[in-house]
Design a protein around this ligand. Structure first.
Ligand code: HEC
Length: 576
């Protein structure tokens, strides 16, 4: 790697020295403002006006309604996320703790100028940066000489020189008031709050060497035929890899992987490979199925393709894929992303409401669309001009108002599901809109409520039908535990473990890992059992029932439950 250029080094030093100087001068003020804000009550309404004012321009960068329509973190529920002290610190000394995913990057351009900002998006040609003025700047990759991380937040420092102590305190009062409304529906259903954390977390063992990290992996499962080969999917690269699990006698991490299939990166923001399912007779027929989001005839679709593996079943054969089913998407979000064969031999596939927020078109309740549904199809037969047949016992085969493919409806973003290997229950983590993340068990013909309900709470009556029954989740959690649930698996490896039969899941953003028990879909107990080092994009399960965690930044971990117990703990503070 080439040495850091003198100019960029100077920029980094300058950056640090200037702030250090400002910081020293401001030290006394900071102590004074902090003490005031921790002892006096402010006026939240006045604080809101300050937040929106041009003097401090907070609202140039931050939204506060959960819409995340600005480039800095949405402060909706910041009063849940942080105590007053932490709120004060994050406004007075923004660089002391930089919010995850909002680190600053310094970039040296070809003309020797330096820009710094938070990278918000990138394509093969350019990146977009949020800069300190609140604007978003686009930089072409071929103009960049060099880039480096910086420990300085781009959020403006020194609000204490603009606001009086009283005004600052009002601003803090306003931020502290930004809490998620705790609905009675959640408490009535006995949703525990707080969720207790285990005194001793589960262990996460990396199964690959750091040098082998994947490029945004999103799926991990076993390759049929050999107990020790895993399959990993890369989301945007659209590559599938196999790797051999390290044996107990070997180094604990794998160091090599083999390419199974390379579909190539699609157009920006279009191609997303999400899931693989092997035919129950894969070893004899070599057929496997992919859930992919692609552009077909100029239209973005979520689609299932049938592929053919090589004779040794270790890679794709290179033969043309067959399109099985495609579902046109309204936006780039909530496309679903899971498919798996049931014990009945039929293929189950999940499709999301396809966005935008709130499902304004009512897709998830629309029975003539596959959006917001789980479908079930027979891949071994073809009928009625389709590439598949409808199983005779699908729930809506005799209902002329409902597509016969539909198995269950009313889902928003059903990204990760699983069948319990023992009970055959179909578990789903459905990502919520504003308030709650839901874990549910889905049965044939059920309507799980979105967007009439979000979790346990009524959301909108626009697409409500009279006499419709809506199935409630097993569990829902509020924003303070995270904004984006990732469904996992029921642990079925060691029958003597206290985690045996517990459903393991997590939150993509907060990285909390949870376990819960249930009976007849009534919640038993739920625990926070650990925190992941990377964003939890998926869990995986191998043929032995062991559970893995897939970090979106590239690492794969095996979850080791042996050092702790799924027991009841009375511990008040599990919020961090
Ligand atoms: C130029 C854009 C910008 C402006 C203006 C701005 N911020 Fe920020 N803010 C950020 C960024 C980027 C982060 C994340 C990096 C960090 O933690 O410092 C952040 C983080 C925060 C956090 C911590 C959030 C978390 O989840 O960790 C709080 C609280 C906050 N800002 C409040 C404010 C307030 C109050 C104002 C107005 C006085 C303000 N910000 C003005 C960009 C901005």
């Amino acid at each position: 790697m080439k040495a850091i250029s003198v100019r960029l080094l100077l920029a980094i030093l300058f950056h640090a020295v200037v702030l250090e100087a400002a910081y020293c001068q401001a030290q006394l003020d900071i102590a004074d403002y902090t003490k005031y804000a921790l002892t006096q009550e402010g006026d939240a309404a006045k604080g809101k006006a300050i937040f929106d004012s041009n003097r401090v321009a907070c609202s140039n960068c931050h939204s506060i309604d959960g819409s995340r329509d600005r480039s800095a973190p949405d402060l909706f529920a910041v009063g849940d996320k942080f105590g007053r002290r932490e709120i004060v610190d994050s406004v007075l000394t923004p660089s002391a703790r930089i919010a995850e995913g909002y680190e600053t990057t310094l970039i040296l351009l070809d003309d020797d100028s330096v820009v710094s900002g938070v990278i918000r998006s990138s394509t093969a040609e350019s990146i977009e940066l949020l800069v300190a003025t609140g604007q978003v700047l686009s930089v072409q990759l071929d103009e960049i000489q060099e880039r480096r991380g910086s420990a300085i937040s781009i959020m403006p420092h020194g609000v204490q020189s603009i606001l009086s102590k009283g005004e600052f305190n009002d601003l803090i009062e306003f931020l502290a008031s930004l809490k998620q409304y705790e609905s009675s529906a959640i408490t009535q259903k006995g949703m525990p709050n707080p969720i207790d954390a285990l005194p001793r977390s589960i262990d996460l063992h990396p199964i690959i060497d750091e040098s082998m990290q994947f490029e945004h992996p999103v799926w991990l499962s076993s390759l049929p035929g050999s107990g020790d080969h895993l399959v990993v999917i890369e989301h945007q690269n659209r590559k599938i890899w196999t790797l051999r699990k390290p044996k107990a006698s070997q180094a604990p991490t794998a160091v090599s992987k083999q390419l199974f299939l390379d579909l190539g990166v699609g157009p920006p923001n279009a191609g997303r490979l999400a899931c693989i399912a092997f035919h129950p007779s894969y070893l004899s027929n070599g057929k496997y199925y992919l859930f992919d989001r692609v552009t077909l005839e100029g239209k973005m679709v979520a689609a299932v393709f049938e592929h053919q593996a090589s004779d040794d079943r270790q890679r794709d054969s290179g033969r043309d894929a067959r399109l099985i089913v495609k579902v046109p998407q309204d936006t780039g979000g909530h496309f679903g992303g899971w498919l798996e064969f049931g014990k009945d031999g039929f293929l189950y596939v999940s499709f999301g409401d396809s966005g935008p927020q709130e499902d304004p078109n009512g897709n998830a309740q629309n029975r003539s669309k596959m959006l917001g549904k789980i479908i079930r199809i027979d891949i071994d037969r073809k009928a009625n001009g389709k590439e598949y047949a409808i199983p005779d016992d699908n729930p809506f085969v005799d209902d002329s108002n409902t597509l016969p493919e539909i198995w269950a409806l009313g889902f928003r973003a059903p990204w990760r599901l699983c069948f319990d290997k023992v009970t055959n229950d179909l578990w789903l983590g459905d990502v919520g809109q504003d308030r709650s993340e839901e874990i549910t068990i889905v049965r044939k013909g059920e309507n799980h409520g979105w967007n009439v309900f979000e979790g346990f709470e009524p959301f909108s009556n626009r697409f409500r039908r009279s006499n419709e029954m809506y199935t409630m989740p097993v569990f829902a959690y509020a924003r303070r535990y995270g904004p984006s649930v990732t469904g996992g698996y029921v642990y079925r490896a060691d029958p003597n473990s206290s985690f045996y039969g517990k459903y393991i899941f997590g939150d993509y953003e907060s990285k909390r890992i949870f376990a819960l028990s249930q009976k007849d879909r009534e919640l038993g107990e739920v625990r926070q059992i650990g925190i992941a080092p990377q964003r939890i994009v998926a869990f995986g399960q191998d043929v032995n029932g062991e559970i893995y965690l897939v970090g979106y930044e590239g690492m794969l971990y095996r979850i080791d439950f042996s050092a702790t117990e799924f027991q009841y703990v009375h511990k008040a503070d599990s919020s961090r």
